[in-house]
Design a protein around this ligand. Structure first.
Ligand SMILES: [Zn+2]
Length: 175
């Protein structure tokens, strides 16, 4: 695993012109929007970026970001490690017209004043790569499927609602 830090800010057109390759780590801890989406995170993401131009002269970034995030299990709400390994192909754009003309294979990345904030770009990639829901394996989960189906969740202080069968039984007893 690389411990070289990626620069936060780069000049992407210049890097694309010379076909640069950047590899390194970014800290997850400063990614505020990721924290809002996925909860508190620690450690780094490993990143590899190739800056290039395609045959039409479009400037692009191809790369991947890999990390392990702590995400909440949907069943028991305790955190679990989830490996994220995302590959991306980004086309640099400076306005909406350029974004509209990008081939479908490219995701647009906005470059302003010839500058690109890599941390924000990678944070976007991580947020896009978040799984919709995650669950522990049944044997690792604090809540077993049996507890779920019988309505006896450990944290739940509410009594489970009477089942339709109990209601029926109660009605029958009156007759
Ligand atoms: Zn769980």
């Amino acid at each position: 695993m690389s411990t070289t830090r990626l620069p936060l800010q780069v000049e992407p057109y210049r890097l694309a012109a010379s076909g640069e390759h950047l590899e390194g780590a970014v800290s997850l801890e400063e990614m505020v929007r990721l924290r809002e989406e996925a909860g508190e995170q620690q450690g780094d993401a490993q990143v590899c970026l190739e800056f290039a131009q395609d045959a039409q002269g479009r400037r692009l970034i191809e790369g991947w970001v890999k990390t392990t995030l702590d995400l909440a299990c949907k069943r028991c709400l305790e955190s679990m490690p989830v490996v994220i390994d995302s590959h991306f192909l980004l086309g640099m754009v400076s306005d909406d017209a350029m974004a509209a003309n990008l081939p479908a294979a490219y995701e647009p990345v906005v470059v302003e004043n010839e500058q690109l904030n890599l941390q924000l770009m990678l944070e976007d990639e991580l947020i896009l790569s978040l799984p919709q829901v995650v669950y522990h394996d049944e044997t690792d989960c604090a809540v077993s499927p049996d507890q779920l189906s019988s309505g006896t969740l450990p944290e739940s202080s509410e009594r489970p609602a009477a089942s339709p069968f109990e209601v029926l039984r109660a009605l029958k007893k009156k007759h």
